[in-house]
Design a protein around this ligand. Sequence first.
Ligand SMILES: [Cu+2]
Length: 260
Amino acid sequence: MKKTVALVTSLLALPVAAQAHFVVLKPSTDVLEGNKRTVTLEARFTHPMEGGPNMDFGIVDSGAVINGKKMKLRWKEVKIPAMEGSAKKVPSFKTEFRVRRPGVYQFYVDPKPYFEPAEGKFIKQITKVYIEAFGLEEGWDKPIGLKAEIVPLTRPFGIWEGNTFRGRVFINGKPAANVDVEVEYLNPGNVEVPADAFVTQVIKTDENGYFVYTIPWAGWWGFSAIGDGGKLRHKDGKLYPVELDAVIWVKAYPKPNGVR
Ligand SMILES: [Cu+2]
């Protein structure tokens, strides 16, 4: 959470743009070729462009889906500092996945709801990422039946920087009209933004749940469509709204050498 935002909120008590939380689900590659058979994946809950803080995170359900079949993922918990150098540790998760046959693997993570005191609500982000293995490209455009899901209309692997990413948002199985889609770059730490407004890009879905975004530079990009997940009781006994988000991650590759 940024100090400037907290200050403005407390002074003016005006609603401000929420800091974008993202479940990051990142595989070691989006395209598997040659004789490699293993992909590693990491999952954590963070603010990708700002590089933190990392937040409390738990996985309720997860899997790798290919041709409608689901394989379990076995996660190993790895504690990471909430901020670089901080003593507070939060869970992140790692797994290794062995690819046994060619095809498109849709990996997903369904996290436990996270209570955000600053916003007085729960956040639950069901998150997907794709791996294409050994040249068989079919199936990436098929939903896998998540409660909140972005179905890509741009093939979600083997993307160049500058490509336009198109997706359709479904919340509780229905196209999500006129909702915000927050977009963030997974910052390895070397990218600085000129002002706060650049941290999260925001686009909207149209009346049928479609959105488009042109990826400006290479790296991992996350799209989080903000949906409504009803209410949930907190430890204090009160009911709070649940922000049910559909998240997807795609990797854009830099222009090849020799291209201007
Ligand atoms: Cu946060």
